[in-house]
Design a protein around this ligand. Structure first.
Ligand code: NDP
Length: 447
């Protein structure tokens, strides 16, 4: 590995030993950049790696709110404004009990390169709270969101920082957050993306991450003269990304046979068709139920408690779409053994380093999250453009733009991988292609 990269990684380990997800993400990116650092000395001369791994600003704050019993609850809120070299900070808000600064730094760091890959002018950021929306009433979620935005609003803005959804933040939460922002800022600027259509949202934004991950898989498969048509496909998660991955894979002729949540996995060998997907959408987005209920409704399906989909049945393609580190080295071996040739990550960093090694060693077409799931933020970028122009594009137009962006991201990652001597390695390709634009901009902008 390049000595500059080793030095910066060691410094990060010494400074933030407890931020294990951030260190994992930094290692993956910087190892790929070794290839670039060997060729170009300007990045070391300008201390780019030291600067790009340190957020420009991190905001931590208390979030007090009142539950339905009248009891005061306190959560912790964060916004990591990681890098604004190429545009306003942009990245989602995650609401999940596991949220801490290390997780948000990993997500914000990944977001820098992902946003760069989209070709749109967006910097990288991420935020969230350890609040758990599960089991909370609408009123409690609103009370939390109002309190969260009461502090956050002074740090964000359409040209400063534009948050969006992530785990635990869908249309309902974006509504409550935007509502409070409007109240406090006395402004109708559309500061969040993922808004509903009636108040500034973009068509295709809900679909974008799942559709984009599927378009990316399609591009990878095309390089080998293959397609999703007729393939059996595994999808994990059952939230926003998973739902629209099922939809687009089915449109392209694949058969999705799994979905999961944090309590387990359902396998439906008959495939999850349009009618079954409608049931899942209602179950998850409206009733906020558990995926195990799918197996009670559709008798051909089987629920495996506490299991992830990867080793349960044979499939040719996999779309991890739940959360980080949900595909272990052993899971990856099981996928390969069962005939999987293509992995496209809807989630952020779902594959562990051991799993990635297995995929690359076995020549699996492996699309890392920062490239494969960039369709979500890209379409958020398109929502920002429409808001600025005060007009709305038709669904077809947004979908075509999204599709073209995914084709471009695939091409950039594919070509960078080849140029730096690791053909077919989309990890190296995406990291190098995403990094160069941001790093060169940082040099232009001075210290
Ligand atoms: P949702 O909250 O809509 O869904 C998350 C899904 O993942 C749920 O099924 C949830 O199950 C499951 N899940 C969450 N945590 C765990 C866990 N620790 N173990 C097992 N399952 C878990 O989130 P999204 O679909 O929006 O996000 C999914 C992933 O995609 C995340 O990694 C996110 O960062 C990434 N992503 C999302 C984008 C977007 O546009 N929404 C854009 C780019 C990336 P349960 O309900 O039981 O918690």
């Amino acid at each position: 590995m390049n000595s500059y990269v080793v030095r910066v990684l060691n410094q990060l380990h010494e400074t933030y030993p407890w931020e294990k997800e951030f260190l994992q993400a930094a290692k993956e990116v910087l190892e790929s950049l070794s290839l670039l650092m060997d060729k170009e000395s300007k990045y070391e001369k300008n201390a780019i790696l030291e600067r790009i791994t340190e957020p420009e600003r991190t905001i931590c704050f208390r979030v007090p709110w009142v539950d339905d019993k009248g009891k005061i609850q306190v959560n912790r809120g964060y916004r990591v404004q990681f890098n604004s070299a190429i545009g306003p900070y942009k990245g989602g808000i995650r609401l999940h009990p596991s949220v801490n600064l290390g997780i948000l730094k990993f997500l914000g760091f990944e977001q820098i390169f992902k946003n760069s890959l989209t070709g749109l002018p967006m910097g990288g950021g991420k935020g969230g709270s350890n609040f758990d929306p599960k089991g909370k009433s609408d009123n409690e979620v609103m009370s939390f969101c109002r309190s969260f935005m009461t502090e956050l609003f002074r740090h964000i803005g359409a040209d400063t920082d534009v948050p969006a959804g992530d785990i635990g933040v869908g249309g309902r939460e974006i509504g409550y957050l935007e509502g409070q922002y409007k109240r406090l800022a006395n402004s109708n600027e559309c500061v969040l993306t993922g808004k509903a259509l009636n108040w500034g949202g973009s068509l295709i934004r809900p679909e974008a991450t799942g559709y984009g991950a599927t378009y990316f898989a399609d591009e990878m498969l095309k390089t080998k003269g293959k397609s999703l048509k007729g393939m059996t496909v595994l999808v994990s998660g059952s939230g926003n990304v998973a739902q629209y991955t099922v939809e687009k894979v089915s449109h392209l002729g694949g058969k999705v046979v799994s979905l999961s949540d944090s309590s387990g996995t359902i396998i439906d060998k008959d495939g999850i068709d349009e009618e079954k997907l409608q049931y899942v959408m209602e179950l998850k987005n409206i009733k906020r139920g558990r995926i195990s209920e799918y197996a009670k409704k559709f008798k051909a399906a089987k629920f495996s408690e506490g299991k992830r989909p990867w080793g349960l049945v044979s499939a040719q393609a996999a779309f991890p779409s739940a959360t980080q580190n949900e595909v272990s080295g052993e899971d990856a071996k099981a996928l390969v053994k069962n005939g999987c040739i293509c992995v496209s990550e809807g989630a952020n960093m779902p594959s562990t380093p051991e799993a990635i090694e297995v995929f690359l060693k076995n020549k699996v077409m492996y699309g890392p999250g920062k490239a494969a799931n960039a369709g979500g933020v890209a379409t958020s970028g398109l929502e920002m453009s429409q808001n600025s122009m005060r007009l709305r594009w038709e669904a077809k137009e947004v979908d075509e733009r999204l599709h073209q962006i995914m084709i471009n991201i695939h091409k950039a990652a594919y070509e960078a991988a080849e140029m730096y001597g690791t053909p077919g390695n989309y990890v190296n390709g995406a990291n190098i292609a995403g990094f160069k634009k941001v790093a060169d901009s940082m040099i232009d902008l001075g210290v």
